[in-house]
Write a new protein. Structure first.
Lengths: 379, 325
């Protein structure tokens, strides 16, 4: 299929609107939430004719039920993405609260151990693998079905990858199988077994079920990949095991990492068609954040790149002209503009809906400006 | 062989403290009620340390947001910077930004130490950042070279040590993961040695310990062996113990035998085999056993469970020394 140059795509979660949070708890919407709901609907008509809208507006959230509210949340995000002009969309992860605990709870072999401090008074719940990994049932499938039924653009599903799930867990079971003192060699062997087991026993069956339900574009999120650059080969082994024998368009999302440190090991990810990386965050203060793309060219890698063109940690909205400049530079470094998709660096969940919307619109407008300057060599 | 055991970094917050501090952020708890819980939980940590027979107690450093924050917030020349990943972990610290040569503020760090441990300083271990790690992980806008900064921080930490030693503290640990993650070379290595000379001189008779973790210490041993301190500690989950080279007999060796990156409980028998292997090559007069890294990479309950290997290993080593099985 021939696409226009620089199509835009979603990359991760959106902030949940206030009305969704209140209604999920069964609380009636206050004036502020009602106003936000109405303004969003005026803009995208996401709730027109949708089940539950009358109850929600009438203050009967409890009667509506949390799942119906999440349906509305998913429709809200889908239409927001589509309205901004994205070619690939998802539901803004409207049904998910995070990317670790939910997948782990769909598996046996894990025990949650308690909270670990991430920084200051921020914590995350962490599990230990205490037995072999078994998938209870494939997950994200109902969520995808809903998106497939309602999306007007092409759906793209994000899922946490095996390496990240393993890295964010304590490895007890696989480490215990190593004889004697658990030094560096034993830890690495045990981690490899854990990653591959997660990939084969949990992620691959889930991906297979999603594909069976019509999912064609899947983003495997590996935010932990940059934490241990010397384990890039494990990231790849997990990716390859998870996608073995499956037919879909896979991408790998990694952010806030020194990508050069992960190369060339990462390039062995066989079925990865697109690298979706963060760049805009590092493209400031006189630094060219896109220069790292030269490394892909140096290694002769010809995959697509999902180009982060807006920073998700700042409220300042990048003007379309800056987005277009970033695309131009990236195209120059890659040597092929047809391999570029554009997207935010990462999920926009830390930005307000208003800022997120404007950043997405700027992404699309910037892509249009850049497109006008290029001849599509594959057209 | 004398065996000393104890914590080598912060202890995790209890689930009750996790809930309370979250509530504080959300405006659902008062600062007073959370402070009261901090004090109660510190007492629990001290009680745990005493129950396990630790040679010195720390109180767990539950209030410290990270290793540098008390310094960045109280010493002159600093501001508190952006969230930055703490080595190869999923935890973060706020990077201190140094705008001018730092100036120590007397009494400021003592005020941030768990009050319960300063009530009995002769049994207290004070854990401070090492000068090399401190200098290497801050953002240096002061105009000083890294070497000069290591020198200066060494002198300031020496003053800190002197102040606390005067209050009766008998054990000082300097946390230096950067020494093994990025071993210094040439003039920077010399600056590190000089910094520890200042610290050692200021400590008087108190024990000084340099604790490394997070990477294989074997490459750093040529420098670690030169540091004028009571003992250097290495992380045995990351360090191939069979490759640990010669170390001077006058210096103690620290072994990080509790791995905070797994909930799997270590076995005293494995520790015994390692120490026997080391002793077959070198005489060890003093052995320090503790966690390999920050125990707050674990939740409270598994951290507590895992610490029991420390007294068990000490007991096994004592039996072995006496010729028992």
């Amino acid at each position: 299929m021939t696409r226009e140059l620089f199509p835009a795509q979603e990359i991760g979660s959106l902030m949940k609107p206030r009305w969704q949070i209140l209604a999920q708890h069964g609380d009636p919407l206050d004036e502020k939430a009602l106003g936000e709901f109405r303004r969003a609907n005026d803009r995208t008509h996401f709730a027109d004719g949708a089940a539950g809208t009358p109850e929600l507006l009438a203050g009967r959230s409890r009667e509506l039920g949390a799942e119906a509210v999440r349906d509305l949340g998913a429709l809200f995000a889908l239409r927001l993405f589509e309205n901004a002009g994205l070619a690939r969309v998802y539901d803004g992860e409207a049904r998910r609260i995070e990317m670790y605990e939910y997948p782990i709870r769909q598996m046996r072999g894990f025990q949650f151990q308690g909270h670990v401090r991430s920084f200051d008074h921020k914590y995350y719940l962490k599990a230990a693998v205490t037995d072999e990994v078994h998938l209870e049932r494939p997950y994200h499938v109902e969520e995808f079905d809903f998106v497939r039924r309602h999306a007007r653009a092409e759906p793209k599903l994000p899922i946490t990858g095996p390496y990240t799930l393993a890295d964010w867990s304590y490895n007890e079971h696989y480490l215990a199988r190593q004889p004697g003192w658990k030094g560096p060699r034993a830890r690495r062997t045990a981690q490899r077994e854990f990653v591959v087991d997660l990939a084969k026993r949990a992620i691959r069956p889930t991906l297979a079920a999603l594909i069976e339900h019509g999912c064609r574009v899947i983003q495997i999120d590996e935010p932990a990949a940059g934490t241990h650059p010397d384990e890039a080969d494990l990231v790849v082994e997990g990716f390859n095991a998870a996608t073995e024998g499956l037919d879909a368009e896979f991408s790998m999302h990694i952010c806030y990492s020194e990508y050069r440190d992960l190369l060339p090991a990462l390039l062995e990810a066989k079925r990865c068609r697109q690298w979706a990386w963060e760049f805009a965050n590092r493209d400031r203060d006189g630094r060219d954040g896109y220069e790292v793309l030269k490394a892909l060219a140096e290694y002769g890698d010809t995959r697509e790149v999902g180009l982060g063109v807006v920073d998700v940690h700042r409220d300042e909205v990048e003007p379309p002209e800056l987005v277009a400049d970033r695309i131009r530079r990236a195209a120059k470094y890659l040597g092929d503009p047809a391999r570029l998709w554009v997207n935010p660096d990462c999920g926009l969940r830390t930005r307000s809906i208003d800022v997120a919307t404007r950043k997405l619109e700027s992404t699309v407008h910037g892509a249009a400006l850049a497109r006008a300057e290029f001849q599509n060599p594959r057209a | 062989m004398q065996v000393r055991i104890g914590l080598t970094g912060p202890f995790p917050r209890s689930e009750a403290l996790v809930a309370a501090t979250r509530d504080l952020d959300r405006g659902r708890a008062t600062a007073e009620s959370v402070e009261e819980l901090f004090a109660r939980t510190e007492s629990e940590v001290v009680a745990l340390e005493q129950r396990l027979g630790f040679d010195a107690v720390t109180g767990g450093y539950l209030r410290w947001p990270d290793l540098f924050r008390p310094f960045a917030e109280t010493w002159e020349g600093f501001t508190v910077g952006p969230l930055t990943r703490w080595f190869e972990t999923n935890t973060f610290y706020r990077q201190p930004i140094l705008h001018a040569p730092p100036v120590r503020v007397a009494g400021a760090i003592a005020a941030r130490l768990p009050p319960s441990i300063l009530a009995a300083p002769e049994r207290a271990a004070v854990i401070l950042p090492g000068p090399y790690t401190f200098a290497g992980l801050l953002e240096n806008r002061s105009g000083e070279t890294e070497e000069a900064l290591v020198h200066r921080l060494g002198r300031l930490l020496a003053e800190e040590t002197k102040e606390l030693a005067a209050r009766g503290v008998t054990t000082f640990q300097f946390t230096e993961p950067l020494l093994v993650d990025r071993p210094p070379e040439r003039s920077l290595a010399e600056a590190v040695v000089t910094a520890y000379r200042s610290i050692h001189a200021a400590a008087g008779g108190a024990a000084t310990l340099v604790w490394t973790y997070g990477a294989d210490a074997n490459l750093a041993f040529p420098l670690l062996d030169r540091l004028p301190v009571s003992a250097v500690g290495v992380d045995l989950a990351e360090t191939d113990w069979e490759s640990i080279p010669a170390f001077p007999e006058r210096r103690g060796l620290g072994l990080g035998i509790v791995d905070p990156r797994t909930t799997l409980v270590e076995e005293a028998g494995d520790v015994l085999r390692i120490v026997r292997g080391l002793k077959a090559r070198r005489k060890i007069s003093e052995l320090w056993l503790g966690p390999g890294g920050s125990l707050d990479l674990l939740p409270w309950e598994p951290a507590t469970r895992k610490l029991h290997v420390l007294p068990a290993a000490r007991q096994a080593l004592a039996r072995d020394d006496r010729g028992g099985s």
